[in-house]
Design a protein around this ligand. Structure first.
Ligand SMILES: Nc1ncnc2c1ncn2[C@@H]1O[C@H](COP(=O)(O)OP(=O)(O)OP(=O)(O)O)[C@@H](O)[C@H]1O
Length: 227
């Protein structure tokens, strides 16, 4: 099975301040090994869609399937377990703990999962940091590192549990062009070499234009071809 994510006729309404259909019959799929940015003008519904896809918001109609498992309808507890196992998050609100070291931050999701011993987790975390050229900073306090370095720690943390899909919200939002390119290269490599699906909401068209495929949204619809 190659499909990492399938959305079928997803609709989302906000009821305040008035009834508003923010996502309208969204259907698409993303395969493993694909890096797919979601682009579109401010307010078109990108973040709302990512929130649903990542199972953090369950108030929608339609069907979302991730890694062959229908996540629509799972309980909050089941979703929490599912997310930790299968989804890596690089979300802006998903901050690093600034007083913890880079290594401690990366280890945290694996400690929660309870699949490996502490030594194994530390090895895995160091390996992730190494792949992102962050191993020399493993024992530095995260809050004292640069924005680009912190973003790489967040990516290492997103990868520690071997997710099959990574979801990112404005992953290059606060980065200069050098770091933006770096994050782009990391995401492409993850998709192509590790067969992970990477979905990233972005305003950055430079970041998006070299990706495998772009999903473009307008007024709650997907308008890009080839979906
Ligand atoms: N909790 C909410 N209640 C009501 N309306 C909301 C809520 N959250 C978002 N909206 C509205 O839904 C629409 C889509 O918002 P969303 O944040 O998904 O857009 P976006 O494309 O991610 O925008 P941006 O690029 O600026 O982040 C906007 O019109 C927004 O005002």
């Amino acid at each position: 099975m190659n499909e990492a994510l399938v959305a079928e006729k997803v609709n989302k309404y906000f009821h305040e301040p008035e009834e508003f259909r923010v996502l309208q019959d969204i259907s698409f799929s993303i395969n493993r090994g694909e890096f797919v940015p979601i682009i579109g003008k401010s307010g078109c519904g990108k973040s709302t869609l990512l929130y649903l896809l990542s199972t953090l918001d369950t108030d929608y109609t339609g069907l979302i399937t991730i890694n062959g498992e229908r996540v629509t309808g799972l309980s909050q507890n089941e979703l929490a377990v599912f997310r930790n196992k299968h989804i890596g998050f690089v979300f802006q609100f998903h901050f690093l703990l600034p007083e913890f070291t880079a290594l401690e931050n990366v280890m945290l999701p694996a400690m929660k999962l309870g699949r490996w011993s502490k030594t194994e987790i530390e090895d895995r975390a160091l390996q992730q940091l190494r792949q992102l050229e962050m191993e020399p900073f493993a024992h530095k306090i995260s809050g004292k590192l640069s924005g680009g370095q912190q973003q790489r720690i967040a990516i290492a943390r997103a990868l520690i549990n071997d997710p099959m899909i990574v979801m990112a919200d404005e992953p290059t939002g606060n980065l200069d062009s050098g770091n933006t390119k770096l994050v782009f290269d990391i995401f492409s490599r993850l998709a192509h070499e590790k067969n992970i699906a990477v979905v990233a909401v972005t305003h950055d068209l430079d970041f998006a234009k070299h990706a495998d495929r772009v999903i473009e949204m307008k007024d709650g619809h997907i308008i890009s071809p080839n979906i």
